[in-house]
Design a protein around this ligand. Structure first.
Ligand SMILES: [Zn+2]
Length: 76
């Protein structure tokens, strides 16, 4: 499900590189994780979308790349 969100965001240029502020053009190594993640603090069970992806800016002169499970922060 969220894989589709990432693909659409990149296709629609809504995923923006924090370094050069241009749309991120590539992604790879998508991993679906367990639905809910215990954060260890003891009081909050995070209902994350449970997926990790490597985002690659891919624009000229920018080498930004990040493996993150908080990819939705880059969607405008
Ligand atoms: Zn960039």
């Amino acid at each position: 499900m969220s894989w589709q969100v990432i693909k659409d965001a990149i296709k629609d240029q809504k995923m923006v590189c924090p370094k050069c502020k241009r749309p991120i053009t590539k992604h790879e190594k998508y991993v679906d994780m367990v639905a809910s993640v215990w954060d260890g603090a003891g009081d909050s069970l995070q209902e994350t979308s449970g997926s990790k992806v490597t985002l690659i800016c891919g624009n000229q002169d920018c080498d930004w790349k990040e493996r993150t499970e908080f990819w939705n922060q880059y969607i405008e």
